[in-house]
Ligand binder design. Sequence first.
Ligand code: ZN
Length: 214
Amino acid sequence: MAIHTLTHDDEDNLEFMVSLIRQMHARQESPATSGNYSFRPEKSEGDFFMLSESAVDKSIFGRDNFIGVSEKGEVLPLWQKDGRNAAAESTLHIAIYNRTNAHCVLHSHGLDSVLFAEAFPGQDVAYVKGLELLKGFSGVDSHEETFHIPIFENNQDMGKLCKKLNEYLDENYQCFGFVLRGHGITCWGKSVWEAKRHLEVYRYLFEYFIHRAK
Ligand SMILES: [Zn+2]
C-alpha cells in the first residue's frame, strides 16, 4: 500500500503553491475565501493529489491548508484530522488530472474572468488571435494561431460541469483552462510554473478584451 508522503521536490512545490496562492489573493483573485488550488505530486510514492482546504482566507493560506486526497477524492489517512475538507470543486480538479497531463490546477474568482465572459454573450467559445503573448501557452508557436477559450455556464452540480469539460476535451486537445460565467477561471499546466504562466496569459487576455469592449 502506498504511503503517500511528499518528496523534497514536492515539498518545494507545496511551498511554491502557498506563495502563489497568497500572491493571487493580493491580486484580488480569491476574495472572501474563494478559489481552490491543487497539485499532483510528481515524484512522491502513491498516486494522489494535494488539494486546498475549503473556507480558508487565502491571505493566510499555509502549507497545512493542503490536504492529500486519493484519485477518488477521499481524504488520505495522513490528513484526516479535525474534520477538514477539500474544496467542493475538488471533483473538477480530479477530472482535469484524469484527462490531461496537468500537475497543477488553479481556480480563481477574479473579476476580470467574469467581465471577459460578458464580452462574449451567448458564445460558448472565445476565439483569440494576433497577440504575441498567446505564445505563453504551451505549444503555441505563433501569434497567428487561433486559440480557443471555452466559456461554460456556471453550475453548482460538479458532475454536470465535469461532463461538459470532458465533452469539450474530447474535441479539443489544446486546452489549458475554461471560464465559468459569473464565476471565474480554472486553468492548469504540467508543472506549477506552467500553470502560473498559463494563468498570467489568460488574465492578460481578459484585460485585453475587457478594455476592447469599453
Ligand atoms: Zn469557484
